[in-house]
Design a protein around this ligand. Sequence first.
Ligand code: SF4
Length: 310
Amino acid sequence: MKYVYGPVPSRRLGRSLGVSPIPSKTCNYSCVYCQLGRTDHFTNVRKDFFDPQEILKEIFQSVEENRSIDYITFVGEGEPTLCKSIGYLIDQAKLTHFPVAVITNGALLYDEDVRMDLRNADVVLPSLDAGNEETFLKINRPNKDIKFERMVEGLKQFSKIRKGQLWIEVMLVKGLNDSEEEITKIKDILKDVNPDRVYINVPIRPPAEPWAEIPEEESIAKAHEILESYVIAGYESGEFNVDPDHLYDEILKICERHPLREDQIKEICLKFNVRPEEIISKMRNDKSVKEISYHEKRFFVVKPKMEGKA
Ligand code: SF4
């Protein structure tokens, strides 16, 4: 599968079938905490990077093979709303009768076309990491065409027309947006957005910038109190869906989209009676694989190749 992966365990969306309608690391932000590294395809121009019919074909096929999923989730290895046909893809995916979610940075919600594209999704999960322009520039490092006030206005407008749930995610980074003052500014904006849920997240996987750290427990607790957030993020657990006949390649494929911890790789191997040491040793000798130590855990990351129409 080229565009669809999973089901993967998600802390917010249960067992989720991921759909990536854009090439790897294509984004209009370059967040300091991004688990995919710095943005190398930095764009704010929407287009069809791939043939939408090809994406749909994979969605329908994957749904047939995986009937025990909770959501079909458009997520991308970057920003999925950069895909011009995302509205069409959402509407078509809903024909499967599974709920459809979109994980987005929310930047393009200032564009009416994007708001209309996302309005039929069952759940939209935009990010809001800053309560003012200065922090926005520091943490999300947006494309020059994206202005903070416009992005916030788009979020407010979207909240009025959406048909499904709106769950906001706030990523807290130590020293950048974890003070009471910064969180209160985010809270003030959210009063006009009126989301159904607010999630606090922290950089639990190796970030684009090594200095983007997890805040102190007290700051997270304070933010939780101010934002009345739904959950505080932790390490996810659960089963990844992999083809046991191609276990090594399948693990690398997951690592392209989602850094895997050593214990997760072991868990996948043991499920299929494969010795984890063999796979992990092969990964350590594979030039496409990077091993990173972060918060006393070992992560494995694979840098994907850029694909898609130029
Ligand atoms: S975290 Fe999301 S929005 Fe930020 S740079 Fe990475 S892919 Fe883009």
